[in-house]
Write a protein that binds this ligand. Structure first.
Ligand SMILES: Nc1ncnc2c1ncn2[C@@H]1O[C@H](COP(=O)(O)OP(=O)(O)OP(=O)(O)O)[C@@H](O)[C@H]1O
Length: 378
């Protein structure tokens, strides 16, 4: 557990970086500090490993007042990841990752073995081990930064805007990887970002900072989206928050209905359909191929299955209501196609069923953690 109790940081020039911060960070939780530039996120984070000391108030880590702990000792238990990874350019990847273990006095051989393990854990190809940082992509460098922070297996990980310099696709990958790692390692993670989408995707606890280093709201990601406490948080959260909050509800309670199907080989023998009748075309393994109605039938007769209407996005019961609704909205038949993990058809759902499930879950107070919070991102 990390606690901030009445913590203020006043810099020598009089700037208040953080103003009277009180906050609890539970062991094993993923806490995100979010807010616009200059609102004290980084200063708050750096006070945890004593890169900055508070002017007032107390911070404890594992029950110990950290002002009584030597910074070097404190940092042995705290990994730190920064933007652009901060790698040493003249050292190989494996030696970069081994840095902390070597500093701790672990023999070089053992440090390298730990480093290779950490690289594997973050999904880095071990063939990268002997490369230099400049020979890696931005996303790979960022993974090396995470591996380096994890190599000494610290219980706490501080991450300061670690993914903000990479492109959106790589960023998505890295965020996914973080969620997987957190599920596996259960570290106490404190993560700084100015991006609310990243915050709600990653955080089980989201701390929203405002102007002058004043904490505005500390809450679950869902509550920050659905119950912002003031206009500052409402503005930060932005539009579509109701839609995004669907990501916090599991799709599994929505009944999947049967749908009329036709095999892709049997298209020629299908009687003429009416324009408003949709049938789902499936292959021999019952994997959906496309939608067909009366208007499309002529086209398919002359041009074959590629003239079928698209399926829209497909989803599985293990995903969220947001994905289910998206499947409905993107489907030409207005029915969302649900498949199993092998891609075979389970059935369809329609929009009223999704909304009814949402209403029931809200009424019963059911909020499942998103199976994959990726779709909380707009
Ligand atoms: N060494 C310093 N001396 C004076 N003021 C500082 C110092 N470091 C930070 N500040 C100020 O303290 C405030 C909080 O800074 P901090 O870096 O914590 O914000 P932040 O929310 O992390 O911003 P960003 O997202 O831009 O990194 C800002 O007004 C900043 O200018």
């Amino acid at each position: 557990m990390i606690t901030f109790d009445g913590v203020t940081k006043r810099f020598p020039d009089g700037t208040i970086g953080v103003d009277d911060l009180s906050l609890e960070i539970a062991e094993g939780s993923f806490t995100v500090f979010v807010g616009p530039s200059g609102c004290g996120k980084t200063t708050s984070m750096r006070m945890i490993n004593r890169m900055i000391d508070p002017t007032e108030g107390t911070i404890t880590v594992g029950g110990r007042d950290i002002s009584t702990v030597k910074p070097t000792e404190l940092r042995l238990g705290i990994g730190y990841v920064i933007q652009n990874a901060g790698l040493m350019p003249h050292r190989t990847v494996v030696d970069n990752v081994a840095t902390v273990q070597v500093l701790r006095g672990v023999g070089r051989r053992k440090a390298r073995i730990d480093a290779l393990e950490a690289m594997e854990r973050v999904g880095l190809d071990l063939r990268m081990a002997t490369r230099y940082p400049a020979q890696l992509s931005g996303g790979q460098q960022q993974r090396v930064g995470v591996a380096r922070a994890l190599a000494a297996d610290p219980p706490i990980l501080l991450m300061d805007e670690p993914f903000s310099a990479v492109d959106p696709v790589v960023r998505d990958d890295l965020q996914r990887e973080m969620l997987r790692l957190q599920a596996e390692l259960a570290k106490t993670i404190v993560f700084v970002t100015h991006d609310i989408d990243e915050a709600v995707r990653l955080g089980d606890q989201v701390a929203v900072f405002g102007t002058g280093g004043v904490l505005q709201q500390v809450d679950s990601a869902e509550n920050v989206l659905t119950q912002p406490v003031n206009s500052f948080v409402t503005n930060l959260v932005g539009r579509d928050r109701g839609y995004r909050s669907l990501s916090f509800h599991a799709a599994s309670t929505v009944p999947v209905r049967e749908v009329e199907t036709v095999g892709v080989d049997a298209l020629a023998s299908l009687p003429q359909l009416s324009p408003s009748t949709w049938v789902l075309v499936v292959d021999e393994a019952r994997r959906p191929v496309g939608w067909l109605n009366g208007t499309r039938q002529q086209l398919v007769a002359s041009r074959g299955p590629e003239a079928l209407a698209g399926l829209g996005t497909l989803t599985t019961p293990s995903r969220t209501l947001r994905q289910l609704l998206d499947a409905v909205l993107s489907s030409p038949s207005e029915r969302g196609v649900v498949i199993d993990d092998d891609g075979a058809l389970l059935g369809v759902v329609d929009a009223p069923e999704v909304l009814a499930a949402l209403a029931a879950q809200r009424r019963d107070g059911v909020t499942d953690a998103p199976v994959d919070a990726a779709d909380a991102v707009s």
